[in-house]
Design a binder for this molecule. Structure first.
Ligand code: ADP
Length: 494
């Protein structure tokens, strides 16, 4: 749930879900109220009809309504014409006086006996002129009932006419509006969420573009590029404009820094060369006394170091400015690696390290032979520099699919895992190596240059290293597939 798109969609889903729930609740309750009103009106009108039938039958005289006196066992029968008219009324209809049941409709007879009794009791005991309507809960059904009280009869006894209908239709699930809500609302919910996801994505697309445009500028060499700005009204365009202004300022200071480094290195080159030649001349001169020689030797070594530093700085400054063109030509790596290996063997001999070439094959790449030699030699001199006396350095050149791998493995100091992300940074050196004194001391620029050369050839450098166990630096370069030698088809003799 980290992206803004996902968060917006979830927030929208929550708000929409809550709104739909409230809306569904309001609609269901309104529809239930309407259904209850309709049911009530139906029950009322049946009760009124029933009362009128009774009333009209005997001009209000109770005695003329009843044809025969009641027995204790069965309700006293009404005249056949009244029964048939009452029978035409729908639903549960009961006619009773204050103590006896005079008529019950066929629907009442369909109820279980316990429910029939309960309903008959309710007519007499539950309802009164003050409370003549309400729900009656029987064992098998819940009814909405209405009782009309008719003051009639010479005996002064009141007649009650009950009309009732099942209240099952008031159940939420039985309401007419329930199925549409049940199916339409989840569908609306899902479709809206999909729409919200799509809309959020579409609206955030410019942010994605902004990010990928910025990623392309990130590496410092693309500071001449700018983010596209379409209008002034859009917040993202205003942000892009601000970022553009910032990039412009960065470009200015980066450029000034690069120019300064390149110019300073360039200006230092000539005096250093002159200094070196002068020292060499002084050392060769017959006037140099024996106690002057060590000082001159040290001065020469420091001058060479400084000349190397200036050279590396100039290389990187020019590479940053894009002023260093790589001359591309087909390069056979076999003799080149052989040559680098021989140089490394000599260096290794001096440092008491065995240098071995464990694999080599003829592979042609498209590149700059001088830069490739510099790249391979950088890695090999590092391997020798950071491997103690008695260690081994192995070199291998082999094809791996569409690529060529030049691997240098050493049994030396190795690097801590935490240091690995920084080893290609300029002037970065592992602390313990720095502490080892000047004989191993470089400036921390060799790997930066090596990586630049590999990248300029469309390749990369992989490093695997463990502290105290040694390291493997592998240069991967793209290589065209080898030209297959086709053998001539041999004629088959019969
Ligand atoms: P330097 O001139 O200091 O060798 P590099 O850029 O070539 O500069 O290397 C940077 C740092 O990486 C070195 O100072 C060293 O600490 C570490 N390093 C490079 N190669 C190796 C290696 N083969 N084994 C151990 N550490 C290495």
């Amino acid at each position: 749930m980290k992206t803004i798109r996902a968060r917006l969609t979830v927030a929208y889903a929550c708000v929409l879900g809550a709104t739909l729930l409230v809306f569904a609740g309001v609609m269901l309750s309104a529809s239930r109220t309407a259904a209850e009103g309709a049911l009530q009106r139906r029950v009322d009108s049946v009760a009124r009809l029933g009362a009128r039938i009774i009333e009209q039958a005997g001009t209000g005289l109770y005695d003329r309504v009843i044809v025969a006196e009641q027995s204790r066992m069965a309700p006293p029968p009404l005249s056949a014409s009244i029964v048939s008219r009452l029978g035409a009324l729908p639903g549960y209809v009961i006619v009773a006086d204050s103590s006896r049941l005079l008529y019950s409709s066929p629907e009442v007879a369909l109820l279980v006996q316990a429910d029939q009794d309960k309903l008959a009791r309710a007519v007499v005991r539950v309802f009164s002129p003050a409370q003549s309507a309400g729900f009656v809960s029987l064992d098998t059904v819940r009814l909405m009932a209405r009782v009309r009280f008719e003051q009639s009869g010479s005996r002064g006894s009141g007649l009650r006419v009950l009309s009732a209908e099942s209240a099952a239709e008031l159940d939420i699930t039985k309401l007419e509006i329930f199925p549409p809500i049940l199916f339409a609302f989840p569908l609306i919910f899902l479709l809206s969420i999909v729409a919200a996801w799509v809309l959020a994505g579409a609206n955030l697309e410019p942010v994605d573009h902004l990010i990928s445009d910025l990623e392309a500028i990130e590496d410092g060499r693309s500071l001449h590029r700018r983010l596209p700005v379409e209008s002034q009204e859009n917040e993202l365009d205003r942000l892009a404009e601000k970022i553009n202004a910032m990039i412009a300022r960065l470009e200015g200071s980066f450029g000034a820094l690069r120019r300064f480094t390149a110019d300073a290195s360039h200006e230092l080159k000539t005096p250093l060369t002159v200094l070196r030649v002068d020292i060499e001349r002084a050392m060769a001169s017959s006037h140099a006394s024996g106690d002057q020689l060590p000082a001159l030797e040290e001065a020469l070594a420091e001058t060479s170091r400084m000349a190397n530093l200036v050279d590396s700085l100039l290389t990187l400054a020019r590479a940053d400015e894009g002023r260093f063109d790589i001359d591309r030509e087909p390069v056979d790596l076999l003799p080149l690696v052989q040559d680098v290996f021989e140089t490394a063997e000599i260096l290794g001999e001096g440092a008491g390290i065995e240098v071995r070439l464990i694999a080599i094959e003829p592979i042609v790449v498209h590149g700059d032979p001088v830069r490739l030699r510099q790249l391979f030699l950088n890695l090999l001199t590092n391997a020798i520099k950071y491997t103690p006396r008695g260690g081994t350095v192995t070199v291998a050149l082999e094809r791996r699919g569409e690529e060529v791998a030049f691997a240098v493995h050493d049994t030396g100091l190795g690097l801590a895992g935490a240091d690995l992300p920084f080893i290609f940074d300029r002037f970065w050196r592992a602390d313990r190596a720095r502490a080892r004194g000047t004989e191993r001391g470089g400036f921390g620029l060799g790997l930066a240059i090596a990586q630049w050369i590999a990248q300029a050839h469309g390749g990369m450098i992989n490093v695997a290293s463990r502290l105290g166990r040694g390291s493997t630096f592998t240069v991967m370069l793209p290589a065209p597939p080898p030209v297959e030698r086709r053998s001539l088809p041999s004629a088959s003799a019969e």
